[in-house]
Design a protein around this ligand. Structure first.
Ligand code: NAD
Ligand code: MLT
Length: 310
């Protein structure tokens, strides 16, 4: 019997083509839970992005499942221990979209600094208002990077070119590595107190959820601008909205939300918030790389071969 590969979210056409050569490729909307559970009953592999929850219930619904593939970085929507307990392999594409994600954080930072989105919307609505949209320069500012991993490093390297002073909070990296990048490692409180811009690049784990909440936002440098293109829930959305309303935070760039899809957030009320619908990895290049990497891993796994790191 030809193994069934279930694709639960949008995947690059080139990747589907690779899989269709050897497998019975089926599609389901991973956010339609009953349809997903039903389709999983015959799946040997399932491929997801970030919207589909592959938890213990989903794994239990898939008796033939051998591999869960995440076409991207974050594995927070996959219950890895439940998969491992069943002997189901979990693969991802950890470097596929890191350039796109770093560029998205940078795009949000620039847009927040110069009020690009609100000025554009106002102009299209017939308003020519120059002084209302006066922004700030990046040069000479202190930029705090929270999470100096793959994406945090790419972001830091790029923002350094603007003539910034870089600090980072990441207790898991060596100070020598940070120094090599021209970044000074500091504690979270120092980063909050000193940064003019803060960009978050953390994974979503029990330790990082709500890392930037009311208490942290109470000690930020007044006028800080905060970017989160990592995961929803790392920054408390209501606490951030309150800090913006009080004028302590001068603006925010947000790509990810505690609950997605998200069409309503306290943050959407503000002109100085640039909000995008989880577009960090949404480039043709990143999607091709992620899709092809997981297609290759799924193929090897279903053929019983060794699956190297993507
Ligand atoms: P990574 O694992 O390479 O780096 C994460 C860094 O966070 C590591 O250096 C780690 O030491 C640090 N870290 C972990 N726990 C920490 C804590 N409690 N405090 C401080 N630092 C901590 O991951 P990455 O590839 O750089 O990805 C970062 C995030 O970006 C992930 O959440 C990923 O899902 C997200 N992402 C989002 C998009 C998007 O579309 N918006 C695209 C790609 C990745
Ligand atoms: C990721 O973690 O890779 C991102 O959230 C990208 C995505 O799934 O679209």
């Amino acid at each position: 019997m030809t193994p069934v590969v279930l694709i639960a979210e949008e995947l690059a056409p080139a990747a589907i083509e690779v899989l269709a050569h050897d497998f019975d490729v089926r599609h389901v909307d991973g956010t339609d839970r009953p349809a997903l559970l039903s389709a999983l009953s015959e799946a040997d592999a399932v491929i997801v992005r970030s919207a589909t929850q592959i938890d213990a219930e989903a794994i239990a619904a898939a008796p033939r499942l051998k591999v869960v593939a995440r076409a991207g970085v974050g594995l927070d929507n996959v219950e890895v221990p439940a998969a491992t307990a069943r002997g189901v392999m979990v693969v991802n594409a950890p470097t596929s979209n890191i350039v796109s994600a770093a560029e998205q954080a940078l795009a949000l930072l620039l847009a927040v600094a110069r009020n690009t989105a609100s000025a554009s919307a106002a102009l299209k609505a017939g308003e020519w208002k120059r002084s209302k949209y006066t922004g700030v320069e990046i040069q000479g500012k202190t930029v705090g990077v929270v999470g100096l991993g793959r994406i945090g490093v790419l972001f830091a390297q790029r923002i350094a070119a603007f003539g910034t002073r870089l600090i980072a909070y990441d207790p898991y990296i060596q100070p020598a590595r940070a120094a090599q990048l021209g970044v000074r490692l500091v504690g979270l409180e120092e980063l909050l107190r000193e940064s003019d811009f803060i960009s978050i690049h953390l994974p979503k784990t029990p330790e990082t959820v709500g890392l930037i909440g009311e208490k942290e936002l109470a000690v930020v440098k007044p006028g800080v601008r905060i970017i989160n293109a990592a995961r929803g829930g790392l920054v408390d959305e209501q606490a951030l909205a309150d800090a913006i309303a009080e004028g302590r935070v001068a603006g925010a760039g947000v790509d990810v939300y505690a609950k997605e899809p998200c069409t309503s957030s306290p943050l959407f009320a503000f002109d100085n918030v640039v909000a995008t619908p989880h577009l960090g990895a949404s480039t043709g290049e990143a999607q091709d790389k992620a899709g092809l990497a997981v297609a290759k891993s799924v193929k090897l796994a279903l053929q019983g071969e060794f699956v190297p790191d993507a």
